[in-house]
Design a protein around this ligand. Structure first.
Ligand code: UDP
Length: 424
């Protein structure tokens, strides 16, 4: 048995901050994942430095966000990247700033864990310099974002980098078997390089409350069935499809829809969606709530009859877990983790290749089934009880330990590198 020392983990979340505004175009599930995982690792005594170039106002370059977790804002000298893709051009400079930080703080990291392909490219540079293991989680895959038959939306640069990273990094974490297969089929990843660790849900925060009380608090006390969408307003989230389904639904049943997320109300994407709502004459039924603080979301999930996730692609889909943890069923496209959890009974169902008609039919069927069933929110919640962050943390630590410790010496790769440098 090896005696293990706590690890120093460099977590890269370059384009998006774990403290960013959830629901805006670049900030969603990945930020939650990074924050929750880092805190779980910290609870076990490991130290995590999360590096980001996002949300940097220069006032607070280092923020302690957990007992052993720091968020470190990296500033690129004399440069302000204008977009997330622009960051790629500055990766050599970012790498230097990060190396200088580690040298000043006299930290030797044992593992690099990067999130999304842009951080992956930086992780690869650091992996080559520090000679330590690099784990990558892509969160989304460029090739999967374009449904078959559609014009390719993601840049060749992204796809090229992703393919190289798949071949170069030590380990890839895929959140589902489905995403693992995508990596193997579309990116030619070696199956042995991929570990499956799902996303999680904070089961204390997301809990069951009385629907009546939740509706009262939100001042939505009518008996009209209430649908809920939560997420970024990215095209792949399928909001137009949901609006068109709602318009069809009006022919038979009345349902209202709350939409949570988005940038600010002047955002062009939000304007586009509002115009779509007007074209479909749904102004009285669709409520744009704006972004909602993550801590307050349980109220909305509890008030809703059904959460709808009409995405054309999800790598995972945290919103599904959050809704179910609150006892609220989900109707979703057949993507991400949804087909693995939604079993067509009480907790909801998935739809293959949804179009407005199929989605409307599934929503109608589910709403009437929910009314007629002796529907039990507790059994809906039971379907996600295994997805605690505690378990996801434990799975990740297991992976780290397998690749970071040399069990014959009980030392980490970082410690061995340090010795080698000293001996040389
Ligand atoms: N979210 C939030 N407030 C909002 C909109 C979204 O807290 O106003 C959170 C939501 O609760 C979920 C995350 O953003 O945890 C979205 O994650 P998901 O995996 O569903 O989608 P992604 O953003 O990764 O595509």
């Amino acid at each position: 048995m090896c005696t293990e020392t706590p690890l120093n983990i460099a977590m890269l979340s370059i384009h998006s901050s774990p403290l960013g505004d959830l629901g805006t175009i670049n900030t969603g599930g990945m930020s939650i994942y990074v924050r929750e995982l880092a805190n779980e690792l910290s609870r076990h005594g490991h130290s995590v430095d999360i590096f980001t170039c996002a949300e940097n106002n220069g006032n607070n370059p280092i923020i302690q966000i957990g007992e052993h977790v720091r968020l470190i804002h990296l500033t690129i000298p004399e440069a302000t990247p204008s977009s997330k893709e622009d960051l790629v051009l500055f990766l050599p400079e970012i790498c230097t700033v990060l190396e200088d930080f580690a040298a000043e703080e006299k930290i030797r990291y044992d593992i690099i864990h990067s999130h999304y392909w842009i951080s992956g490219c930086l992780g690869e540079m650091l992996q080559n310099k520090w000679n330590i293991p690099h784990i990558i989680m892509f969160h989304t895959l460029g090739l999967m974002k374009t449904p078959p038959g559609e014009e390719k939306k993601e840049s060749n640069i992204r796809i090229r980098h992703e393919k190289r990273l798949v071949a170069q990094c030590q380990k890839i974490i895929a959140p589902t078997e489905r995403e693992k297969n995508n990596l193997i089929d579309s990116y030619k990843a070696h199956p042995d390089r991929i570990d499956i660790i799902p996303g999680g849900v904070n089961l204390d925060l997301f809990h069951i409350e009385s629907q009546d009380e939740a509706r009262k608090t939100l001042k939505r006390e009518s008996n009209t069935p209430l649908l809920l969408f939560v997420g970024r307003f990215a095209a792949l989230k399928g909001l137009e499809l949901l609006l068109e389904a709602l318009a069809l639904l009006q022919e038979h049943h009345t349902a209202e829809l709350m939409i949570i997320g988005g940038n600010d109300s002047n955002d062009t994407r939000q304007q586009q969606l509002k115009e779509h709502v007007a074209r479909l004459h749904l102004e009285n039924l669709v409520h744009f709530i704006g972004r909602v603080d993550h801590q307050k979301l349980p109220l909305y999930y509890n008030a809703a009859d059904l959460v709808v996730i009409p995405s054309s692609y999800e790598s995972f889909g945290l919103v599904c877990l959050e809704a179910l943890a609150c006892g609220t069923p989900v109707i979703a496209s057949h993507v991400g983790v949804m087909p693995d959890i939604l079993d067509g009974t009480e907790n909801g169902a998935t739809i293959m290749d949804p179009d407005p008609r199929r989605l409307a039919a599934a929503i109608t069927a589910f709403l009437s089934k929910k009314r007629s069933l002796n529907y039990n929110p507790e059994s809906v919640r039971d379907s996600v009880k295994t997805f605690s962050w505690k378990r996801i943390g434990a799975d990740t630590m297991h992976l780290y330990k397998n690749i970071a410790y040399n069990c014959s010496s009980g030392e980490t790769t970082g410690q061995q590198n340090k010795k080698r440098t000293a001996d040389a």
